[in-house]
Design a protein around this ligand. Structure first.
Ligand code: OGA
Ligand code: MN
Length: 295
């Protein structure tokens, strides 16, 4: 099986590629993992069709790309978890496999994934790569969209680029969920998700490209009045998520999609919440907090 990597996005040839000719469940060599990392450095999102992996196989594949995160961003209480702490449960299911009730706290918290975001920017060291495996998908809807934050940076006017360069935003899941009116956090959750600083501009170590680093988790900018910071974050998000910068992935069962959180934002789209949607995510941690990475 020869590895094949080809761009699939009609809007841009350096954003989103499909990767075939490998069997993730069977395991991949170090050389293949390196080719994949080169490809994601260039394309930022990779789609691997027809990968029937279980959690262990997905996890082992993910470990080729760096240290792994644990699912401390999930809201399910320890005894309520359906999956191990190595897997982010991006489903609408409870631990018995039943679809969550409409007003279930875990479901309402999970709706935050429909806001544009990068994964784990609310952790001191955010996520590098996310790998999302579609185990069960609804009949329609539930796409995942990606926004190319490198292109968004490239097209900003020089004045805004200069303004942004030194800025540091504060990220927290309390902010992103707050946008939806979800504020029923326990004291423990408030402490666990206290805001963390993240640079607003990043340089990608694999491509050398700059990007705007945003997420719905960003609730203020250090040294700025909050309303002005939120307005600027909102303006930038509107700019970065214009259609010309985005790609919509329409899921097929057993797709595995891998994205680079240093270069893209993403969001889930609506679907019929009474139908099961079962997605399992493994997450590779970045090497350091963004402020400790060279710009
Ligand atoms: C995620 C995520 C979007 C989706 O897995 O991190 O935001 O469409 N998923 O489920
Ligand atoms: Mn996400």
């Amino acid at each position: 099986m020869a590895l094949s990597i080809r761009p699939i996005n009609p809007k841009r040839d350096d954003f989103v590629a499909e990767v075939t000719g490998l069997d993730i469940a069977a395991g991949v060599s170090k050389a293949v993992a390196e080719e994949i990392e080169d490809a994601i450095n260039r394309y930022a999102v990779l789609v691997f069709p027809e990968q029937r992996v279980n959690d262990d196989q997905q996890y082992v594949f993910s470990t080729h790309f760096g240290p792994m995160e644990t699912a401390t961003g999930d809201i399910a209480a320890q005894g309520d978890r359906r999956l191990s702490m190595d897997i982010n449960d991006i489903s609408n299911l409870d631990k018995n496999g039943q679809v969550l009730q409409r007003d279930d706290r875990r479901r309402l918290f999970g709706l935050g994934n429909m806001l544009w975001h990068t994964d784990s920017s609310f952790k001191a060291t955010p996520a590098k790569f996310s790998l999302l495996s579609a185990r069960t998908i609804p009949g329609e809807g539930g796409n995942t969209e990606f926004a190319d934050m490198r292109a968004a940076w490239d097209d900003l006017d020089p004045k805004t680029q200069a303004d942004l360069m030194p800025l540091v935003a504060e990220h927290s899941q309390l902010y992103s969920r707050g946008l939806l009116g979800f504020d029923q956090f326990t004291d423990e959750e408030r402490a666990k998700w206290a805001p963390v600083p993240q640079r607003m501009v990043r340089r990608h170590p694999g491509s050398g490209r700059l990007s705007v680093f945003l997420a719905s988790h960003a609730g203020t900018i250090q040294g700025w009045p909050i309303p002005e910071a939120r307005m600027f974050i909102r303006d930038l998000t509107e700019h970065a998520t214009q259609r010309e910068y985005t790609y919509a992935h329409r899921w097929r069962q057993y797709d595995l999609v891998m994205w680079d959180n240093r270069a893209v934002m993403h969001r889930a789209r609506r679907y019929d919440h009474t139908q099961p949607r079962d997605m399992h995510r493994t997450t590779v941690a970045d090497c350091a907090p963004t402020l400790e990475q060279p710009l």
